[in-house]
Design a protein around this ligand. Structure first.
Ligand code: PMP
Length: 460
């Protein structure tokens, strides 16, 4: 709870830190939780309080907060070559090796990689690549980007325009030419009496209609998260990506998978697109790419887009884009280690993705158990990402009055009992670290259930 003495960490944080995505009244009441370190999936604050972080930081600290191998890989690279770019005909050996590795572990097996510092920048980069390609191929009008309502793609001006959340209106966004289709959430968006297959067909029809209305020649790409993350962990309706991919292919529109959350094992498959059985034209990656141990993002181009873009660049001789820290050698060394830790097994330990697969049945069973609660409308997810949606009335799916801040209260109650979980809309989201073990999962669900019971008792 908040310590208001003048030199408290809470007061010092308030005085000089400009908060993003933070509810100020809640901070005024509770104070910022200032953290010093972590242990496995737990984080510890300046007062020595320990919290099980059920969101693995921001979906990304999948190897936990004290993975020795990850830290050692960073240290070794800092000692060897602590920083460089990958522009003007130079790049580090680590960057070369990471690109090889990423293509090898990607669903493409052939293609090219471009590095950024974040997922937002990777989305911006992808869009600039497509705009560049359109002009080069004699189609300068091919600029529109299709995404979905509730989709999250980041915060830079383009990535925020791609994001289908109304909060971006405060910035006067989206920019023109960013079109948000219906969120493929059958439970919430399905019409009365509509089967899931009919719903998916309606999503396909909407896409066809938008392409016809806008003109296929004006559309640069369709970008989608295989499972929506920050929109509230929303898996697509049955057959959605198969339907969408066919339509896009027919019209020659690239399908870009934003795998910032779903990449590297979160769903139990290596890539989210594999979990839903489609192959995109490009992948946007970040977060698990370095297991959160270095800020880094990547655009992974599949073979066709890589070839077309390469040809387009060769014509003008240069792609005028890149960041100071693009392909940072420490980031690349850390990412190489993260891929080993997550996908291949490292230092005698099994690949963490094995643990995702092993824990998923228990995670799903616990979610299904909590879904029986009279005020949980839906439990949904894939692999080790899930959400519980609170409802006032289960039968009619009526949400609670927004002023009750139900999910925030649940999250705050959890925090008071040593569990960090994330409120998103009226849902509470879980996205545990891949290093989590069964007793920790029990702790997570017990604390969450206690908080659900307490808050529902208060608000009903
Ligand atoms: N895409 C997706 C799917 C994300 O979840 C996020 C971050 N939550 C981003 C893009 C943006 O990444 P970053 O915050 O690193 O800019």
């Amino acid at each position: 709870m908040r310590d208001d003495s003048p030199n408290s960490w809470e007061a010092r944080a308030d005085a000089h830190s400009f908060y993003g995505f933070t509810d100020l009244p809640s901070i005024a009441e509770r104070g910022t939780v200032v953290l010093t370190h972590g242990e496995g999936p737990y984080v510890v604050d300046v007062h020595g309080r320990k919290y099980l972080d059920s969101n693995s930081g921001l979906w990304n600290m999948v190897a936990g907060f004290d993975h020795k191998g990850m830290a050692e890989a960073a240290k070794a690279q800092y000692d060897r070559f602590p920083g460089y770019h990958s522009l003007f005909g130079r790049m580090s050996d680590q960057t070369v090796m990471l690109s090889e590795k990423l293509i090898e572990v990607s669903p493409f097996k052939r293609g090219k990689v471009f590095y950024t510092n974040s997922g937002s920048e990777a989305n911006d980069t992808m869009v600039k690549m497509l705009w560049f390609l359109g002009r080069s191929e004699g189609k300068p009008e091919r600029r529109k980007i299709l995404t979905r309502k509730n989709g999250y793609h980041g915060v830079t001006a383009v990535a925020a325009s791609m994001t289908g959340k109304p909060y971006n209106e405060v910035f006067g966004l989206p920019l023109d030419g960013f079109i948000h289709l219906t969120c493929p959430h059958y439970w919430r968006e399905g019409r009365k009496g509509e089967t899931e297959a009919e719903f998916t067909a309606r999503m396909g029809k909407e896409l066809e209609d938008v392409i016809e209305r806008e003109g296929a020649d004006t559309i640069a790409a369709f970008v989608a998260e295989p499972v929506m993350g920050a929109g509230g962990v929303i898996p697509p309706s049955e057959g959605y990506f198969k339907t969408v991919a066919l339509i896009l292919k027919k019209h020659g529109i690239p399908l870009v998978a934003d795998e910032v959350i779903t990449g590297f094992g979160r769903t139990g498959s290596d890539w989210g697109c594999q979990a839903y059985d489609f192959i995109p034209d490009a992948i946007i990656s970040s977060k698990n790419l370095t297991a959160g141990y270095f800020p880094m993002g990547a655009v992974i181009l599949g073979p066709e887009l890589a070839d077309r873009l390469q040809a387009a660049v060769e014509e003008v001789e240069e792609f005028p884009h890149g960041f100071t820290a693009s392909g940072h050698p420490v980031g690349c060394a850390v990412a190489l280690k993260a891929i080993e830790v997550i996908m291949e097994g490292s230092d005698g330990a099994a690949p963490l993705i094995d643990n995702v697969r092993a824990l998923t049945p228990k995670f799903e069973a616990e979610m299904a158990r909590l879904a029986k609660h009279p005020h949980i409308g839906e439990a949904r997810g894939k692999g080790l990402m899930g959400a519980l949606e609170a409802v006032k009335d289960k039968a009619t799916k009526t949400p609670f009055d927004g002023d009750l801040s139900v999910s925030e209260r649940i999250a705050n109650t959890c925090t008071d009992h040593g569990l960090i979980c994330r409120p998103l809309g009226q849902a509470v989201v879980l996205c545990p670290a891949f290093v989590m073990i069964e007793p920790q999962m029990d702790e997570m669900f017990q604390k969450l259930e206690a908080a659900l019971n307490k808050v529902f008792e208060e608000v009903v």
